[in-house]
Design a protein around this ligand. Sequence first.
Ligand SMILES: *Cc1c(COP(=O)(O)O)cnc(C)c1O
Length: 386
Amino acid sequence: MQTLTNKDKTYVANTYNRFPVELVSGKGSYFYDTNGKKYIDMGSGIGVNAFGTGDEIWKSAVISQLDKLQHTSNLYYTEPCAELAELLCQKTGMKKVFFSNSGAEANECAIKVARKWASDNKGADWYKIVTLVNSFHGRTITTLAATGQEHYHELFNPLTDGFIHTPANDTQALKKIVSENNIAAVMIECVQGEGGVIPLEADFVNEIGALSKEHNFLIIVDEVQTGNGRTGKMYAYMNFNISPDIVSTAKGLGGGLPIGAAILSERVEGVLGFGDHGSTYGGNPICAAAAVSVVSRLTDEFLAEVTVKSKFVFDFFKDVAGVEAISGMGLMIGIKTKKPAAEVVKAAMEKGVLCLTAKDKVRLLPPLNISMEDLKEAVDIIKSCL
Ligand SMILES: *Cc1c(COP(=O)(O)O)cnc(C)c1O
């Protein structure tokens, strides 16, 4: 136990305040630590392991691609990349996909597309992008600038210019900003994940749709956390009445391998040309094969089960003493507890359930295919920690 923890503390950069748990293996919705202790996984590696750990279908998709080739660079055509792009276009009705390795990079692509589109169509000084207060869009210098939380900014100024933050659900404030500035795009998370698992109000989202027509700007939806079945729809924007111009996604897309995507609508499919953007690994055959396996299993029937499980969790915690409020969508759930969230998460961990926090909430992002049995056991244990 000491050896691994000490080695990590000695050699890995101090950016993560890890829990005192050394995970060595897992299966489905369970993880096991170096002492053989079993945990129910209510975090799925922050919404990444969409089908849990070591899922057989996912594994065989990865292994069979490993047997063919692992990487070619983007100088050549490979099957998994093309197949994944086709699947994503079919599931969204959008037209083209740029692949990256992470959520932040998917957003970088979205931002570049928006800037070039605006420059081509409106003029070079129409580069401003509006994002929401309390949003989270990534850790690169530009996606930090997009992130509407000052405490992420402070240490790293100057950040990329051109972002304006406005409060979520404040239609009047947004209207004023888009009328007074040269706006290329508005970028939102339909459910603010890191910000505390807070869905946007439908009226506000609808208003963004209306304003985008009136003022001719793009809508970018950051579906890095909310995407790929997490909210009970393929993408969270499908719970609302808007048609995004660009959808960025990552996390659950590869089911545990690093892949991100910027999905482009007809309006922007031609914005990037040869050499305008690129990535060495983007659309890598192994990661793309993993993602094909994930996305092709997100059928309507499967997504309906996600919604059933979601309702079960919401109903379960609704009247529990110790719970102040519950928010979220699908299997992306935030519980405002009377006790500090960190204490609840620690107690649950000791009792064998791994949960996350988001701001002052206990955050649950279980594998989408978690069994009802495991889900019930996990929520009972969490309840006993409240
Ligand atoms: C996690 C997250 C990101 C960043 O993704 P990385 O893969 O860590 O770069 C961006 N946007 C949202 C909404 C996220 O939840």
